[in-house]
Design a protein around this ligand. Sequence first.
Ligand SMILES: NC(=O)c1ccc[n+]([C@@H]2O[C@H](COP(=O)([O-])OP(=O)(O)OC[C@H]3O[C@@H](n4cnc5c(N)ncnc54)[C@H](O)[C@@H]3O)[C@@H](O)[C@H]2O)c1
Length: 269
Amino acid sequence: MHNRIMITGAGSGLGREIALRWAREGWRLALADVNEPGLRDTLELVRQAGGEGFVQRCDVRDYSQLTALAQACEEKFGGIDVIVNNAGVASGGFFAELSLEDWDWQIAVNLMGVVKGCKAFLALLERSKGRIVNVASMAALMQGPGMSNYNVAKAGVLALSESLLVELRQVEVAVHVVCPSFFQTNLLDSFRGPNPAMKAQVGKLLEGSPISAADIADYIHKQVAAGEFLILPHEAGRQAWQLKRQAPEKLYDEMADMAVKMRAKAQTR
Ligand SMILES: NC(=O)c1ccc[n+]([C@@H]2O[C@H](COP(=O)([O-])OP(=O)(O)OC[C@H]3O[C@@H](n4cnc5c(N)ncnc54)[C@H](O)[C@@H]3O)[C@@H](O)[C@H]2O)c1
């Protein structure tokens, strides 16, 4: 019976909602995050929702902490069926202003954190013929202005997921990648970038979402069950992706106009 799931970044936002969605199906959950109070609250909510499990502090930048988490899943659950590489941080800033440290930090968490998660759990997933769910972003597909390091990290998550989709089919490990547009969570708390005005702009985008983290978790649950590889929870995201495939130049023009507006706003603050 497939009913054991591991989620990184489970102490807040989308990770917590994914935990609750699977908990309602009676799953056993391994909940990981660097935010320990957040993890404890998620576990409490998971229990109220009908799930069970354990929490473990795990920084996804540190491979040894991920292998320790895989080991804990083996000891407590006898293996794992689904992993969700969801932990992530926000960043912003025009390329000219982003430091190389901003790049290293963003890539270390949002891209290498996912690479390490997949690698640490691969043997367990091969044994259970399980699934990998990687949380990327629409930024993986659309590359909006003022967030090149985030775009590159998330495009890397998509490329990794496509690579694993084809490599792991033979060993019957399924792969999914989730690309949401902006939605309201605590993501802004992790924002790092050279221009504070950019943080306020990102905050506005998060607030503007027509759907919540809970809606997105519900959509992911449905699409995973349907075997969908590329999961696009926002209607506007699905439309934008279609536009990019049909007329990429049109989209680049829109993005370039957006860059001009963002630069003007960032300078008037
Ligand atoms: N909120 C959005 O608009 C949005 C849009 C697209 C994609 N995403 C992606 O969704 C995922 C979840 O983000 P969220 O919006 O729920 O934000 P959130 O900040 O509410 O949750 C992210 C969680 O990840 C944890 N985390 C950060 N760095 C970590 C590390 N090094 N090791 C372990 N845990 C770490 C944080 O402590 C936090 O609990 C991220 O990958 C994010 O990039 C979010």
